[in-house]
Design a protein around this ligand. Structure first.
Ligand code: GLN
Length: 240
């Protein structure tokens, strides 16, 4: 059996709306390909390197938890940036996505410093963008999830897709998330991966490619995952 290792950063603080389900989905789909996914929870980052890491994951959190987590992660921001630039696959959700940027401005105007890994920022308001969300992606097809955020993000990097139901990055440009190299950032909780096997497989396949491991079979039976996705699509269309 082959092995991959995922670093789950700040698992004790950033786990809104069952973001942990993303780790479970990755583990399950890896197992179906005879790959054991080792999960390493990292809540203290002093001296951490990413040599043993094949994928990383950061979930979402409230503004408070997000600011504590950012301080901790800033100790390894250069290491993380270098890994992303080198093509390490990673998934970051909502708060975890926002603080990849340079700053997060809270509704009262306080500026929280981001990791500055990518050049964008997020401005938050008290009115929140919540509900089911459906996006169309050239790379991944239809992606569904649940969003609940005050932050509005604008950037010129590639996005995950175009919003057909819901909000995504902000109230106006109908774009959702970020897709930079093999890094995925998204406002979609849900958790996102169990309902969107395309993203799960993308992260695993990129990790295998990087490590020189086979990714077989490429296709799995996705009946259950597709059925779960369809529930959200149907509900979104009905409530639109
Ligand atoms: N605190 C951020 C916001 O409200 C992120 C919330 C989240 O991770 N769901 O925009």
């Amino acid at each position: 059996m082959h092995e991959l290792t995922i670093y789950h950063f700040m698992s004790d603080k950033l786990n809104l709306y069952s973001d942990i389900g993303n780790i479970i989905a990755l583990k399950q789909r890896a197992k179906k390909r005879n790959i054991k996914l080792n999960v390493v929870e990292i809540n203290e980052t002093e001296g951490v390197t990413l040599e043993e890491c094949d994928i990383f994951f950061i979930g979402g959190g409230s503004d408070r938890e997000q600011s504590i987590a950012t301080k901790e992660l800033s100790k390894i921001k250069t290491v993380l940036k270098d890994a992303i630039e080198d093509g390490m696959p990673g998934l970051t959700i909502c708060g975890g996505y926002q603080f990849l940027g340079t700053k997060y401005i809270t509704p009262d105007g306080t500026e929280l410093e981001g990791l500055g890994i990518l050049d964008f920022y997020t401005e938050s308001r008290t009115d929140r963008l919540t509900g089911d969300i459906v996006i169309e992606s050239d790379t991944f097809g239809t992606i569904v999830g649940f969003e609940n955020h005050g932050g509005r993000t604008h950037h010129n990097f590639g996005t995950l897709g175009h919003v057909t139901v819901g909000y995504g990055n902000n109230d106006d440009d109908k774009q959702e998330g970020i897709h930079y190299k093999n890094l995925l950032g998204t406002y979609l909780h849900g958790p996102i991966l169990p309902k969107n096997h395309e993203l799960t497989d993308y992260l695993l396949e990129k990790a295998c490619e990087r490590k020189g491991l086979p990714f077989e079979p490429k296709q799995l039976d996705n009946t259950e995952e597709e059925a779960a996705k369809q529930v959200i699509i149907d509900r979104s269309v009905k409530n639109k």
